[in-house]
Design a protein around this ligand. Structure first.
Ligand code: PGA
Length: 251
């Protein structure tokens, strides 16, 4: 039985005192909820403060990106070892905003996934089609390519999380239907079975992301192949993210 996983993606939001205030309010609200794993992925500048504010709670810390080299002359980049040092256990890789705004390619994303695994960070590999691709009936083909390229020739066999995030549903208020999310998650699991041993795939968590909120979360987490959510906008408010976590615990 896969445990649900709820990940907050704060994107480029919050300062230190806002992040600390979030944790003070959020932690007591989810204390009783021990049937799901929870992670918060703040911007780099908040990692240390959020780690401190999370204290000994069960909430894990994650980052939103990394660079694949260990160290060196890479102005503006952050290495996997630096993320570990800041207390991260996971890292979002290949988010559609990284792909589309910052030009990350499948090849770069593959190098990042490998670097995360080498350093025992759990990669959350994001995949998803644009509206145009969906309209042309290419959604599955695009997601398949992103998976095959992003997960090519992995050297290490650690935990990997996949997040299905249709680009047209991110930050738009227009979520995919639970049925669409289930269909694509099932498809993703089939593709994964061609890459990894079946018993590993059955343990892998596939998240849905794109306009998740308390009002729609149970539709997603109630699906057999959807194991949680990657939440953007609704994770910025402690009450709404706590509600998403609580509802997922009982789905
Ligand atoms: P959203 O973002 O929940 O604001 O749509 C999700 C994401 O980009 O991870």
């Amino acid at each position: 039985m896969r445990r649900k996983l709820l990940v907050a993606n704060w994107k480029m939001h919050k300062n230190i005192s806002e992040a600390q205030a979030f944790c003070r309010r959020f932690l007591p609200e989810i204390e009783e909820c021990d049937r799901a794993d929870i992670a918060i992925c703040p911007p780099f500048t908040l990692l240390t403060a959020v780690k401190g504010a999370l204290g000994s709670s069960k909430v894990k810390l994650g980052a939103q990106n990394l660079f694949w080299e260990e160290k060196g002359a890479y102005t503006g980049e952050v290495s996997p070892a630096m993320l570990l040092d800041a207390g991260c256990e996971m890292v979002i890789i290949g988010h559609s905003e990284r792909r589309h705004i910052f030009g990350e390619t499948d090849e770069m994303i593959n190098r990042k996934v490998k670097a995360a695994l080498r350093n025992k960070l759990i990669p959350i590999l994001c995949v998803g089609e644009t509206l145009e691709e969906r309209k042309k009936g290419q959604a599955e083909e695009v997601v398949k390519r992103q998976l095959l390229e992003g997960l090519r020739e992995l050297e290490y066999d650690g935990e990997i999380v996949i997040a299905y995030e249709p680009v047209w549903a991110i930050g738009t208020g227009v979520n995919a239907s639970p049925d669409d999310a289930q269909k694509m998650s099932f498809f993703i699991r089939q593709i994964l079975k061609g890459i990894f041993p079946e018993e590993k795939v059955l343990e892998m968590r596939i998240l849905y992301g794109g306009s998740v909120k308390p009002e729609n979360i149970t539709g997603f987490t109630g699906q057999p192949d959807v194991d949680g959510a990657l939440v953007g906008g609704a994770s910025l408010d402690p009450d709404s993210f706590a509600e998403i976590v609580r509802l997922s615990c009982y789905a």
